[in-house]
Design a protein around this ligand. Structure first.
Ligand SMILES: [Zn+2]
Length: 322
C-alpha cells in the first residue's frame, strides 16, 4: 500500500474528530488544523502527498509517519519547524543519555566497560548493564534498532523499558527473551525490529542468547571463539523462541559484544573494517582491563576510518572475568 493510500482513512477519521471538537470548543487552532488536514487531503488527490513543497523530493518516511501533515523535507523546514525539530532531538538526546548505564562496572567477579558513539545527535544502539539486587549477577545487552534518528532512538528507549520491567520479575533468560520479543512485536509496527545479544554473567559463567546480532566474541588465552548461534531479530515473529548458551570463563578471559558500526566502518576507499580485521586485532592485543580493551577496539576502528565521518552508531561492550 502506498503512503497516501494508508494515510487517507486516518486523515478522514481525524478530520471528523476535529470537526466535532471545533463545534463544541471555540478554539481557532482547531480550525487551523482542520485546514491543514484538508490541504493534506488535497495533496493526496493531486498525487503530491509526501513530497516536499520546496524541492519536490520525498519527505523522510519516519517523519511523515510521525506527522502525516508534514509538507517539507528536513532540508526545507521553516525556522519555527526547524527549531521544533531541534528541540525534539535535544530531548531525545537527554532521554537517551539518562538511559545509558555507567561506563564501567564491577559486579561479582566481572568487570565491564562499554563505549557508545552515536553517529548523529541520538543513536539506535542499545546498551544495558543491570546488576541483580543481590549483586551476584549482571544482566547485559547490546542491540541495534533498525532505522536512524529520533524514531530509532525512541524505539531503543521502548526496548529498554520492556527489558527493565521484565527484569524486575526475575525470569530465566530464555523466557525473558521470548517475552521481550512478544511485547516488542505487539507494541511496534511490523517494519520495526531490533537485533540484540543479551545474557547474564554470574560467578565465572555466562548465559547468553542472540537475536540476529553480530556474533559475540570470546577472547581466551591467545585465541578467539566466535559464538555463532541462530536467532532472528526481536520484533519479527511474536512466537519466536531464543536458545541460550552456557559458557565458563577463566580469569582474564573476556566476552566482547559490538554493533555493526564496528565491522561496517568504512575508510576513504569504502573498504569496511570487517570481522577479520577485528579478529586479527583481538589476537594481537593484550590489554589488562575491560576498559583498555574496549578503548583499544574503538581506537583501531577510528584509525581504519580515518577522516571519514561515521555512518552508523558504534558500540563496544567488554565483560572481563577478573
Ligand atoms: Zn525539500
Amino acid at each position: 500500500m502506498s503512503d497516501s493510500a494508508a494515510v487517507l482513512p486516518l486523515l478522514l477519521d481525524r478530520r471528523e474528530k476535529l470537526q466535532a471538537a471545533a463545534r463544541s470548543i471555540a478554539d481557532p487552532s482547531l480550525h487551523d488544523l482542520l485546514s491543514q488536514v484538508d490541504a493534506a487531503l488535497n495533496r493526496i488527490q493531486s498525487g503530491a502527498y509526501g513530497l516536499c513543497e520546496s524541492c519536490h523530493e520525498p519527505i523522510e518516511p519516519d517523519r511523515l509517519r510521525a506527522d502525516p501533515l508534514a509538507r517539507f523535507c528536513l532540508d526545507h523546514l521553516d525556522a519555527k519547524e526547524r527549531s521544533a525539530h531541534e528541540r525534539d532531538l535535544q530531548l531525545a538526546t537527554q532521554i537517551q543519555s539518562k538511559l545509558l548505564p555507567p561506563a564501567s562496572l564491577i559486579v561479582s567477579d566481572w568487570e565491564t566497560h562499554y563505549s557508545y558513539q552515536a553517529a548523529g545527535p541520538v543513536g539506535g544502539d542499545y546498551c544495558e548493564l543491570i546488576p541483580d539486587e543481590d549483586g551476584q549477577s549482571l544482566f547485559f545487552a547490546l542491540g541495534d534498532v533498525a532505522g536512524k534518528g529520533v524514531a530509532a532512538s525512541l524505539l531503543m528507549t521502548h526496548l529498554s523499558a520492556i527489558f527493565r520491567s521484565l527484569l524486575s520479575v526475575h525470569l530465566p533468560l530464555p523466557e525473558l527473551m521470548s517475552r521481550a520479543n512478544r511485547l516488542f512485536c505487539e507494541s511496534t509496527l511490523s517494519a520495526h525490529y531490533a537485533t540484540m545479544v543479551c545474557g547474564r554473567a554470574s560467578r565465572g559463567s555466562l548465559e547468553i542468547s542472540n537475536a540476529g546480532h553480530c556474533p559475540p566474541l570470546l577472547v581466551r588465552n591467545g585465541r578467539i571463539e566466535r559464538l555463532d548461534f541462530p536467532g532472528l531479530p526481536l520484533g519479527m515473529f511474536c512466537s519466536m523462541q531464543y536458545p541460550v548458551q552456557h559458557i565458563n570463563l577463566g580469569a582474564g578471559e573476556s566476552l566482547i559484544l559490538y554493533s555493526d558500526g564496528v565491522t561496517e566502518a568504512v575508510d576513504a576507499s569504502a573498504t569496511e573494517f570487517g570481522e577479520d580485521r577485528l579478529l586479527d586485532f583481538l589476537l594481537q592485543s593484550t590489554p589488562h582491563s575491560a576498559a583498555a580493551l574496549a578503548q583499544a577496539i574503538v581506537a583501531r576502528v577510528a584509525h581504519h576510518r580515518g577522516p571519514q565521518p561515521p555512518t552508523d552508531d558504534l558500540t563496544v561492550l567488554v565483560l572481563r572475568h577478573r
